[in-house]
Design a binder for this molecule. Structure first.
Ligand code: IPM
Ligand code: MG
Length: 358
C-alpha cells in the first residue's frame, strides 16, 4: 500500500533540513508518495497566506506530514493571522493534532554539549507529552477590550482565556499513561493547581484516569517547581504530561538540557494516528541557506513518522541506528562540533546517514 506524505519545508533552514530527511525516507525502499507545498512565510510570499488551501488540503489528505520550520523576523510586523506561526497553529487545530510528543534525549556522544554537569544529564531520556490544541492557546474569548468597571475602568485591556474540557484532558492523559507504560512507568503531571481552576480540574481528571493504569506511578508537580527540578535533577523524570502553555515552555527547557536542540525530533498526533513531524528547533533564519544547519532532528522526525503514522517501527529503528552510527564516526554539524570531531555540512551529514543506512 502506498503512503501519501506531505512535505512542508517552510522557512529558514526548513528547506535544507527537510531535503536531507526526504533523501533518507526515499532511500528506505518503501512505497511512499511525497508531495510538497509551501507553508509559513514561504507560503505568505507565494500565496499571501501562511497556510493556503492547497497546503491545508495536502496535509489533511496525507497519512503524515514532514514539517521543517516556520518563521522569520521579516514577518513580525504582519497582522497576527498572517504570521508564519499561524500555519503550525492552524495545522494543529485543523487536523486535531492534540498529542505532542517531545523526547529529550542526551546522546552519550554529545555529553559535553550540555551546559549542565555531565553527572546531572548523562543518560537523560525523558518524554514530554504536551497537550496541543487546547488551553490558553486557543481559548475564546481573547483580544483587546475596553474595561467597563473596577480600578482599570476606561482603559484598554488585553485578555486570553484558559480552559480545558474534560474530554480534552482525558485523551491526553491516556496518551501519556500509555507512553509511560512503555517506558519506566513514571508519569508526572505538571500544572498550577495552587492558583488556577483549570489546573485543579486537570489534576482531578489525571487522578481519575490513573485508575485505568495501576502499573504507572502518577505524581503531580507545580509548573514553577517543575522548571526548577528539570535543571536540578532532570533524570528524576520519565514522562511529563502537561497543558499547551506549560508544555511549550518546559519542552524548550528540556530540549536545552541536552545541549543539542538540533538533535531532537517531535511528533504531533491525532486520534487516528495521523501526525505532523517536525524538529524541536526553529527556522534559524540567521544560518539559512548556508548548508550548515543540523538535519538530524528532522531525520529523526522522519523516523518518528514511520513509527507512529506508518507503523514501520523497523524502518524507524534503521534510521535511528544510522544516526547513532554517524555520531559514533565523529561527524558533527557546527552546532554540536567540538575538538576531536569532524565538522560536516548539512548535506554531508545527509550523505553520511544515507551511507550508514545500508
Ligand atoms: C512550538 C512553538 C510554537 C508553539 C509557536 C511557533 C507557535 O514554540 O512548537 O513549541 O508555541 O507551540
Ligand atoms: Mg515552543
Amino acid at each position: 500500500m502506498s503512503h501519501k506524505i506531505a512535505v512542508l519545508p517552510g522557512d529558514g533552514i526548513g528547506t535544507e533540513i527537510t531535503e536531507q530527511a526526504v533523501r533518507v525516507l526515499t532511500a528506505l525502499g518503501l512505497d511512499l508518495e511525497l508531495h510538497s507545498e509551501p507553508v509559513g512565510g514561504a507560503a505568505f510570499d507565494a500565496h499571501e497566506h501562511p497556510l493556503p488551501p492547497a497546503t491545508l488540503d495536502l496535509a489533511k489528505n496525507s497519512a503524515a506530514i514532514l514539517f521543517g520550520a516556520v518563521g522569520d523576523w521579516k514577518y513580525d510586523t504582519l497582522p497576527r493571522e498572517l504570521r508564519p506561526e499561524q500555519a503550525i497553529l492552524g495545522l494543529r487545530k485543523a487536523l486535531g493534532l492534540f498529542a505532542n510528543l517531545r523526547p529529550a534525549i542526551l546522546y552519550p556522544q554529545l555529553a559535553n554539549a550540555s551546559s549542565l554537569k555531565p553527572e546531572v544529564v548523562s543518560g537523560l531520556d525523558i518524554l514530554i507529552v504536551r497537550e496541543l490544541t487546547g488551553d490558553i492557546y486557543f481559548g475564546q474569548p481573547r483580544g483587546v477590550r475596553q474595561v467597563e468597571d473596577g480600578p482599570y475602568k476606561g482603559e484598554r485591556q488585553g485578555f486570553d482565556t484558559m480552559h480545558y474540557a474534560e474530554s480534552e484532558v482525558r485523551r491526553i492523559a491516556h496518551v501519556a499513561f500509555q507512553a509511560a507504560r512503555k517506558r519506566d512507568k513514571k508519569l508526572c503531571s505538571v500544572d498550577k493547581a495552587n492558583v488556577l481552576e483549570t489546573s485543579q480540574f486537570w489534576r482531578d481528571i489525571m487522578i481519575a484516569v490513573a485508575s485505568d493504569y495501576p502499573d504507572v506511578q502518577l505524581s503531580h508537580m507545580y509548573v514553577d517547581n517543575a522548571a526548577m527540578q528539570l535543571v536540578r535533577a532532570p533524570k528524576e523524570f520519565d514522562v511529563i504530561v502537561t497543558g499547551n502553555l506549560f508544555g511549550d515552555i518546559l519542552s524548550d527547557e528540556a530540549a536545552m538540557l541536552t545541549g543539542s536542540i538540533g538533535m531532537l525530533p517531535s511528533a504531533s498526533l491525532n486520534s487516528s494516528n495521523q501526525g505532523l513531524y517536525e524538529p524541536s528547533h526553529g527556522s534559524a533564519p540567521d544560518i539559512a541557506g548556508k548548508n550548515i544547519a543540523n538535519p538530524l532532528a528532522t531525520i529523526l522526525s522522519a523516523a518518528m513518522l514511520l513509527r507512529y503514522s506508518l507503523n514501520e517501527a523497523g524502518q524507524a529503528e534503521r534510521i535511528e541506528a544510522a544516526v547513532q552510527a554517524v555520531l559514533e564516526q565523529g561527524l558533527r554539524t557546527a552546532d554540536i562540533h567540538e575538538a576531536g570531531t569532524t565538522k560536516v555540512s548539512t548535506s554531508q551529514m545527509g550523505d553520511a546517514v544515507l551511507k550508514a543506512l545500508n
